[in-house]
Design a binder for this molecule. Sequence first.
Ligand SMILES: [Zn+2]
Length: 150
Amino acid sequence: MAEKDKEPKKHNEKSKTSRLRRNTREASLIQLRQRFREEFCRKMSEWAKACGTPLSADTPESRSEREQFAKAWSLVHGYIVKSNALWRLLYAGEELRKTPCPLHKGRWSGVGEDPGCGCWSYGNITGWLAEQPDNPDAPRPPVMLVRLKS
Ligand SMILES: [Zn+2]
């Protein structure tokens, strides 16, 4: 093989190595962001629990504030854990959707197949049109199992 034929191969290997490093670095960054978001959520819950837990040093006023906080947090936390929109903002890197779907009119309409109206995302019929397509690298949203009473 002539010397000049070896050069492009070396370049190709170099570029493969460079691409592999870049992909590895991007994968590490994705994992790092994922861990940060999970840690953020864990710390928020820890903080909220501490804020809502009565202390022996509480005055009647501060105890009442803690009780009000715990009640409010319980309500907000309920919305947080079931929100597909918040999941998309935090984990899928989506911007907040601002245009209601003409068919579903801004109302979350369940989990299922894509109805083709442009508001479906990661299995959810969001009720809002996507500002951008789903990120194929985003982790899948958690699936909530619901036991139906018979
Ligand atoms: Zn729709």
